[in-house]
Write a protein of this length. Structure first.
Length: 299
């Protein structure tokens, strides 16, 4: 049985008030009334300007790191896509050579995907990949940036009348016919001077014939070719400025030019722009290596 004191104790606990001693004179069943003690009010404090600045700085750093990681991943993805396209084309060219005993001619801008024939083949050895003749689709001839790979073939290996098995199986370099368009394909690591008078250095595959090259203009797209879905023809973007000499050499498509057939390949950094903006990707093999790898049984 609860006494007045115990009843008061339980009621004060339920109300959350203080617990002063009960009055013995209080009527039975009624607690002694008391005044509650006021509790201090806490005031909410906001962020200071310095804290906001620090938070924004941390957020900006995080966003910057995220963007750089995304950009790097995108670059690698496009590089891998370009390499995959080049490998498909090389395999298709190998099958074409094994079947036809010659290399396919380049496709002209007016007839995308179709190899040129006759004198046009030898007079215009640089164009786009003849994907139709190779049994490919247009997207198979595009790099990771959606642009068509440039295809440059040595005319010495495209003629059905003059190209022989002995010539295809030779390990010596092609000297060409001496005409403006028929120059041997060459690859270098460095170039200096000017576009009109370049000085090449560190020749790659020196003394060996290069039957054809594939070129991707990279991220900047200098001199790249794209397929116009409206006119169904090939459009070329602006050529690189002469100050970007390495890319200007690669983009030179005029057969009469003295540098026609020479390419700069900085294969140590295939997709990273250099200080002069170079980000081209050049693909080629020596004739003997190509025949052994992709046209087996021909020699």
């Amino acid at each position: 049985m609860r006494t007045p004191a115990t009843t008061w104790w339980f009621m004060t606990l339920r109300r959350g008030g203080p617990c002063p001693a009960p009055s013995e004179s209080a009527p039975a069943g009624r607690p002694t009334r008391h005044k509650s003690v006021a509790q201090p009010v806490r005031r909410l404090r906001g962020f200071s300007l310095l804290e906001l600045v620090l938070a924004l700085a941390v957020l900006a750093i995080g966003v910057g790191l995220g963007n750089s990681l995304v950009a790097e991943q995108l670059r690698r993805s496009r590089t891998a896509a370009t390499l995959a396209s080049a490998e498909r084309i090389v395999l298709a060219v190998g099958a074409y050579v094994a079947a036809n005993k010659r290399f396919p001619c380049a496709a002209a801008a007016a007839q995308p995907g179709i190899a040129q024939t006759g004198t046009a083949c030898t007079s215009t050895p640089r164009g786009t990949v003849p994907w139709s003749d190779l049994g490919l689709q247009r997207r198979d001839a595009e790099d990771g940036y959606g642009r068509l790979l440039a295809y440059h073939v040595d005319p010495a290996f495209t003629s059905l009348a003059t190209t022989t098995i002995a010539q295809l199986c030779s390990t010596s370099a092609s000297t060409g016919s001496g005409t403006a368009s028929d120059k041997p394909l060459k690859a270098y690591v460095t170039v200096a001077g000017s576009l009109a008078s370049p000085t090449f250095g560190q020749q790659l595959l020196a003394g060996l014939a290069i039957p054809f090259t594939l070129l991707s203009a990279g991220a900047n797209g200098h001199g790249a070719m794209t397929f116009d879905t409206t006119t169904l023809t090939i459009r070329s973007s602006a050529a690189p400025p002469d100050s970007q000499l390495a890319e200007a050499i690669n983009a030179a498509s005029t057969a009469a030019g003295s540098n026609f057939g020479s390419y700069i390949d900085r294969d140590a950094r295939p997709a990273l722009p250099d200080s002069d903006g170079y980000d081209d990707m050049v693909f080629y093999r020596s004739l003997s290596t190509f025949i052994a790898l992709y046209a087996g049984g021909l020699c």
